[in-house]
Design a protein around this ligand. Structure first.
Ligand SMILES: Cc1ncc(COP(=O)(O)O)c(C=O)c1O
Length: 402
């Protein structure tokens, strides 16, 4: 038998929700042909118009790409930002305020290192993380040696951290605040006044807002406000704020591994220097394909139309059950399972009863100091398939849970 290694702090902090789900369901046979609604991976959209661009630039896989990205990509990104957030039009310098990423996850993780370096005097640097949260934030805190501080994001608080209850001494030792809007898993959108408040705190206590906006293009009728636009409108400056974006959800291209970070030019410069030795460049053909994708809005609208259909199906089948509410953004349902044991129990029941795979909410959250995990009672259900598959999966879910 191999020796049993005691979990390190990082192991405790960072556990893949999907690996945990695989363990939970290990040995349980699905009660019907499986339908996977656990992963936030868009299934029904592939923007095939990008194929010729990839082919055209194929030979460029033979070259190391520049970490700062090629000008056409940075310009396409800035063009998109100006169309999506009109007050940013002409305000973002593609040379100094944008960096391409291999998907937003690696950027969300690696940005913590230059953020820590900004405040070397802190003895106990802290990173603010909403709870529940996207696991890369905790990995960043854990790996950098900062203390992750989980901020409850309960239903009563609109599923966002309560800014007014963050203690001043904590703000003084904060290096970064991961602000996810629309949030994963609850789909809550931070309004302009919330964003302005968060930005004001970041500037007063000189930490960074890491705005994770990768779900910003998946919404019903009202586009969520942007953190950079809010910062610029309030002060004409992007100091202390960077936003992370991705083609994974917007364009249905999670396998392309392409995103960007933009904002505070001083931080972008430091992050660029750090990335130049420590982080992956985006392959050149991927950069060309990405430039094309950022320049096109039609496929994004088609994606939104598909998610609208899925939410119409969800409303029809789930209204009045499991605390169903249509999220303001993202493609997730955050359903309350208190009457069915808890989220883990419900995930097992659904898999065994009807082959529907969902994620227990507890796997997306940490226990609060009182021992309560705010995700325990929930499951997360990703509506990433076409409408017929969504209807089939949710019909099965209702048949099993009642
Ligand atoms: C909240 C959130 N942020 C970031 C990511 C990372 O996405 P990607 O690395 O594909 O851009 C995800 C992926 O699921 C996510 O849910």
């Amino acid at each position: 038998m191999p020796p049993r290694v005691a979990p390190t702090r990082l192991d405790d902090l960072v556990r893949s929700p999907f690996a945990r789900l695989a363990l939970l369901l290990d040995g349980i046979a699905p009660g019907a042909p499986p339908l996977d609604l656990s992963l936030g991976e868009p299934k029904a959209l592939i923007p095939s118009f990008l194929g010729p661009t990839l082919q055209e630039h194929l030979l460029e896989f033979g070259r190391y790409p520049p970490i700062r990205g090629i000008a056409p990509l940075r310009e396409a990104i800035v063009g998109w930002m100006g169309r999506r957030y009109p007050r940013l039009k002409g305000q973002i310098d593609p040379d100094t305020q944008v960096l391409p990423l291999n998907g937003s996850r690696e950027g969300l993780f690696s940005a913590i290192f230059p953020a820590m370096a900004r405040k070397p005097q802190l003895e106990r640097p802290a990173v603010l993380i909403p709870n529940p949260f996207y696991q890369a934030y905790a990995a960043a805190a854990g790996a950098s040696g900062a203390a992750p501080v989980f901020l409850p994001s309960t239903a009563e608080a609109g599923f966002l951290p309560k800014l007014e209850s963050i203690d001043e001494t904590l703000l003084q030792r904060t290096v970064a605040f991961y602000l996810c809007t629309p949030s994963n898993p609850q789909g809550a959108v931070a309004g302009r006044s919330y964003l302005a408040h968060a930005i004001a705190l970041a500037r007063r206590f000189d930490f960074l807002i890491f705005a994770d906006e990768c779900y910003s293009e998946i919404y019903g009728d009202v586009p969520p406000p942007g953190t950079l636009e809010t910062a610029h409108t309030a002060s004409g400056s992007l100091a202390n704020v960077v936003a992370f974006q991705s083609l994974s959800k917007r364009s249905g291209l999670p396998g392309l591994r392409s995103g960007f970070v933009a904002g505070d030019p001083e931080f972008i410069a430091a992050f660029g220097r750090f990335r130049n030795v420590a982080c992956p460049q985006v392959p050149l053909p991927v950069q060309h394909v990405s430039a094309r994708a950022w320049a096109d809005e039609r496929h994004v609208e088609e994606g939104r139309a598909l998610y609208r259909q899925n939410f119409a199906v969800a409303g029809e089948l789930l209204e009045g059950r499991y605390g169903y509410r249509r999220p303001e953004g993202s493609f997730f349902l955050w359903l309350k399972m208190a009457g069915f044991g808890d989220g883990e129990q419900a995930a097992k029941t659904l898999w065994k009863g009807c082959g529907v795979r969902v994620l227990p909410g507890a796997y997306l959250a940490q226990a609060e100091p009182d021992g309560d995990n705010p995700g325990t009672d929930y499951i997360r259900v990703a509506l990433v398939h076409d409408a017929d598959t969504t209807r089939e999966a949710l019909t099965r879910l209702v048949a099993i849970l009642g």
